[in-house]
Unconditional design. Structure first.
Length: 565
């Protein structure tokens, strides 16, 4: 199998949500469109590329792979012209896969086996000379809905020209909103065309475009950063069309975490914790000292049983002889294993989709070994900082010999605030951007949404004929613990008719979700929220206003309220 390749190079992603991230780019030759603003005209014809095999492309990628690079971006031209080739290359790489596409070939995009992130261009009429083909837009919509149904992270990029008319732009965005099944999860990137000098004197119009999109979607306006930085092309000797983009100016780039949520700053502290959270050794007052741990040889199936029996979200892994801490396994690791992420390879590749064989694999195969730990002399403040800085929900406590002596969790700290008086409200710390899915979503897709976005819980919405209302009507709630409970041997194997993981992962979330939902208003105090968590043994709740979901707040947000004191 061969495909025409223009170039393979390493650089910083210059567009969209992953801007500033180091990636390896594979640029294909050939495109099915002819956009007027195209900045890679050399990629339009298939003849402009060099025919390369899958092995050749993988070899060149590995030659220029660096420690800071974790993603391969397939671009063009139009990379979706070569779905089988992309699938084969992806299978041979242990890297995230990004597709930069015009979205007009939905069937081909659907056939690509592995995709982690997709940047999909929405074309405007003024992007083309002559009459605009409406099928372009319809196919982009079809591609978006296919990708979102699979739980793939996808965002739209809309290139704005100085000639773009606000009225026609409004029509496109409005039509996009009406035809996307889950628009709350779709981010729109407005990209002003380069060079930016063309916007001199009219750049105020970018606010108008942003306001139009903001009525329907989460929106950011981001120019092409690689056109702003001083960048030169440097040839690499392996073959004549590999390039590196090398920074030659000492300029900083603001590389924000694309998965984080911006929250409002607070004006006060939660009284109980702020008085004690910096005292040395105070962590042991909250920590669990008699910790249940498991050996690294315990099966994944039995590990899930232990978690459910004790209602734990994580288990330390210790050496049965010395008691030394070796690792930790969480419900998110098991979710990853059951289809949410890279650990599913154990089922898919090592056991050829044999679910029953794979779940008897030792837990050491999926446990986290790169651990953050505390000592008995650590303060509550140390624990809060470590949890938030490392985005973990629990931290083991070890002695000088690395033996496990305790564990402290987000819940331990949050519950210490239960019922305490505080002026801070849920509104100040909630996450306004809520990832949701629908009742008919397969379990595998729900797992992917949760694992790839670092979510331990996800609201289930829908149930309305009007799509705009369906996206907001709360029908249920699905947590990582709910999924593991379902997959636990007692419930799972009674209903399993074959060894195939695919049979299990086709289960829809409507069969697993909790329908009796606890919700809170934005005005609830943090202290009362923590009391609610304690009374109901939960770690997160949706926030509703006028019967519509407007946010979500979790134990981790409570920790943020303490740290911002």
């Amino acid at each position: 199998m061969k495909a025409p390749v223009i170039e393979i190079f390493s650089s910083f992603q210059g567009e969209g949500l992953l801007i500033g991230e180091r990636q390896i780019f594979v640029r294909f030759a050939g495109c099915n469109l002819n956009c007027s603003y195209c900045d890679t005209n050399d990629s339009k014809s298939e003849k402009s590329g060099k025919l390369m095999t899958v092995d050749e492309v993988c070899s060149e990628i590995n030659k220029i792979l660096t420690p800071d690079c974790h993603t391969v971006s397939f671009t063009g031209g139009e990379p979706s012209l070569y779905p089988d080739f992309i699938s084969q290359v992806s299978k041979n790489l242990d890297l995230n896969i990004m597709l930069e596409t015009n979205g007009t070939l939905p069937d081909k995009i659907d056939s690509i086996d592995k995709l982690d992130v997709v940047s999909l261009d929405i074309k405007l009429p003024e992007h083309f000379d002559g009459e605009f083909d409406e099928n372009i837009f319809l196919n982009e919509i079809k591609s978006l809905n296919i990708l979102m149904a699979k739980g793939i992270t996808v965002y739209c990029k809309v290139v704005i020209l100085p000639s773009t008319k606000i009225e026609s732009f409004k029509e496109v965005i409005k039509k996009l909103s009406k035809n996307i099944s889950n628009k709350r999860n779709l981010k729109i990137i407005i990209q002003p065309s380069s060079p930016l000098e063309d916007w001199k004197g009219i750049n105020f119009r970018l606010f108008e475009y942003s306001e139009v999109v903001g009525q329907y979607f989460d929106v950011s306006t981001i120019p092409q950063i690689h056109k702003i930085l001083d960048i030169e092309w440097t040839f690499v000797s392996n073959f004549d069309f590999i390039f590196f983009w090398c920074l030659i100016a000492n300029r900083g780039v603001n590389m924000n975490d694309k998965t984080s949520i911006n929250r409002k700053s607070n004006t006060g502290a939660v009284e109980h914790v702020t008085k004690v959270h910096d005292r040395e050794g105070d962590i042991m007052a909250l920590a669990t000292k008699e910790v249940i741990s498991i050996p690294p040889t315990k099966s994944i199936k039995d590990t899930a049983k232990v978690m459910m029996e004790h209602e734990f979200r994580r288990l330390p892994i210790t050496d049965p002889g010395s008691g030394k801490l070796l690792g930790i396994v969480t419900v998110m690791d098991i979710l990853d294993f059951f289809g949410g992420g890279k650990k599913f390879n154990i089922i898919e590749k090592k056991y050829q989709d044999n679910f029953l064989a794979a779940i008897n694999e030792p837990v050491k195969e999926i446990m986290s070994r790169d651990l953050v730990t505390l000592t008995s002399k650590s303060s509550i403040g140390d624990a809060i900082n470590a949890m938030l800085d490392n985005q973990v929900g629990a931290i083991p406590i070890v002695d000088n010999d690395s033996k496990l002596v305790g564990i402290v969790t987000e819940r331990d700290i949050a519950l210490s605030l239960a019922g305490k008086k505080s002026q801070e409200t849920v509104h100040e710390y909630m996450s306004p951007k809520v990832f949701t899915t629908t009742p008919g979503t397969p379990l595998e897709s729900a797992c992917k949404i949760m694992v790839r976005n670092g979510l331990r819980r996800i609201p289930i919405v829908g149930g309305e004929a009007d799509i705009s209302k369906a996206n907001k009507k709360l029908l249920g709630f699905l947590t990582s613990t709910d999924v593991i409970r379902f997959l636990n041997a007692k419930e799972l194997f009674d209903n399993l008719n074959s060894n195939l993981a695919s049979d299990v992962l086709k289960t829809t979330v409507s069969e697993i979700m909790v329908e009796k939902i606890i919700t809170v208003p934005q005005t609830l105090s943090i202290g009362d929220l923590c009391q609610l968590f304690a009374d109901n043994n939960i770690g997160g709740v949706p926030i509703v206003k006028d019967n519509e979901i407007v946010g979500i707040i979790t134990e981790r947000d409570v920790l943020n309220s303490v740290r911002r004191a």
